[in-house]
Design a protein around this ligand. Structure first.
Ligand code: PCA
Length: 213
């Protein structure tokens, strides 16, 4: 099985992004899985074109996009992507869309097609704090997640897709007193677990139903 994992460049004044650091550390092989990675700009306009090019290049069975969510206290696979861009800050190209659709006329939302409950369970079993998130926000991460799932739906693509938000790295949290963080080793291990579980397991029921609806 072939897997594509994406991460983002630093944004919002940070020098690091845990998702970039994590994809740099992922092995090329994990058991029977082959892992390809793609770094995405933290900007609305160029991000989806690069994601689609990476999917065309790699022809993956599974796509897991990852990104930073600085206030998160644990590893959070996302349940749903929504058709909204509503930016609290400017992206890395200076854009700040407010209440704009990702895809005008597109469905309001897409569910992940990865088994997020099983993935959370497996991460916890491995001693990693994790929980399902019901909002990927309305910034570039949600934009990429929605674009990924819309692309899959429009193309009737064979890959399954999802998104996981990651806490700050400790080096980042040191500049934000009291902010939570997670060591890179734990973040990388969490991503590996999500990939392994996703390769072994179908989507959760609601996501599977949502996909065919
Ligand atoms: N996190 C941002 C965009 C890039 C990233 O890593 C987000 O949550 O939208």
């Amino acid at each position: 099985m072939k897997i594509l994992v994406t991460g983002f460049e630093p944004f919002g004044g940070e020098r690091l992004n845990p998702s970039q650091a994590a994809i740099d550390r992922l092995p090329a092989r994990l058991g029977g899985l082959r892992i390809a990675t793609q770094l995405l700009p933290a900007a609305y306009a160029p991000s989806l074109g690069l994601l689609r090019a990476a999917i065309a290049r790699e022809d993956p069975d599974i796509v897991l996009c990852t990104g930073e969510a600085g206030s998160r206290i644990d590893l959070t696979p996302e349940r749903v992507a929504i058709n909204v861009q509503d930016a609290r800050i400017r992206d890395n190209e200076g854009d700040q869309p407010i209440d704009v659709a990702v895809v005008p006329g597109g469905p309001a939302a897409y569910f992940t097609t990865l088994p997020i409950k099983a993935a959370v369970h497996a991460m916890r079993e491995a001693g990693l704090p994790a929980s399902v998130s019901n909002s990927a926000g309305t910034f570039v991460c949600n934009h990429v997640f929605y674009g990924l799932m819309h692309y899959a739906a429009m193309r009737k693509a064979r890959f399954r897709g999802g998104f996981m938000h990651l806490p700050y790295l400790p080096e980042q949290a040191a500049n934000h007193p009291k902010a939570p963080s997670m060591a890179l080793d734990c973040i990388v291990r969490g991503i590996e677990i999500v990939l392994t579980v996703s390769a072994e397991t179908g989507a959760d029921l609601v996501a599977a139903e949502g996909e065919t609806a």
